[in-house]
Design a protein around this ligand. Sequence first.
Ligand code: GDP
Ligand code: MN
Length: 356
Amino acid sequence: MKLLEYEAKALLKKAGVPVPASSLLSPKTKKMPVLPAVLKSQVPVGGRGKAGGVVIVKTEAEFYTASSKILSLPIKGFVPKHLLAEELINIARELYVSIIIDKPTASIRLMAHRQGGVEIETHAASSFLTATLTGKNAGLVGEQLAEYFETPDQAFALQDLTEQLYDCFVSNDALLLEINPLVLTKQDKLVAGDCKMELDDAAAFRHPDWDFEATTAETNFVTLNPNGNVATIANGAGLAMATVDAVADAGLSPANFLDIGGGANTASVLAAFEKIMEYPDVKAIVINIFAGITRCDEVAKAIIAARQQISGLPPLSIRLAGTNFEAAVELLAAEKIPVLQTLEECIQTAKKEVSA
Ligand code: GDP
Ligand code: MN
């Protein structure tokens, strides 16, 4: 799962890494930031600077023009839901640091470059500094960075930074953590100017607090018929397609396709229910989960939360199997919510609701 810049920077900040002061804006809450500011489109792709998604504004008039423009500007197909307004930093140098999992050697690798910024891709691989990071050598690697960047005054700051980045990477089960640019300001401070972070979806089970825009992304949610009478929630693209087909084969009209994915948690499933509520003609919801990485009890908690929080929720036909099935059945039984044995039964129950 790819985080947006503001989400990644929140994790950096928590780990002690200096980030610019900022405020998060959306089309609904477009309050004036402290000026001058840099406005940044919050889309899950790089190259925003070159695409016009990063704009410095000095006046209120410039803010209004630029914020409206960025909020409606698609970048590589993504339209931002949010704008990050950051205090302007006085850049002396733009550096580059990233940490990745190196699969062939099963190790954590740091990469750095003296010339960070939007042209990073143009540098020869041989010009990067690379080092294997462990829990013990982060300080040493920080010293190496100071030498490579030719910033001896920043040796201590880079030691701290390397340790903080390593901790942030490991504690968040990251696959990638990239700071480009790592800014050396004219005041001789190091600040993370931008941050890209990718987390390991397979580790979602030990991060019940994960609640990012990507976890509730609509990419796996497809409207099939806005006037459909049965909504579907399944996991895995294959099972989700089979569920839609089974609904259609029974002479019902599937409103949507939804694969809640392996990283599904209570928040993301609850978001799916809310999306389904936008369909006016849905009379039943078929839930078909074959849990591997997904956990049945997480889905059960979302079902219970949805029943409590969403008024007018259509009747649910639920079939669950796999990881933590027993715990899920127990949770649902306590709320008197039945779990069916087969998809066939779910479809028949939904059919009754539709013709009722
Ligand atoms: P990206 O293009 O998606 O990687 O977006 P970045 O956040 O990295 O911004 C692109 C470029 O905008 C940076 O490399 C900087 O040169 C410039 N930039 C971003 N924030 C600031 C800032 O606060 N001050 C100045 N002077 N330039 C900035
Ligand atoms: Mn960048």
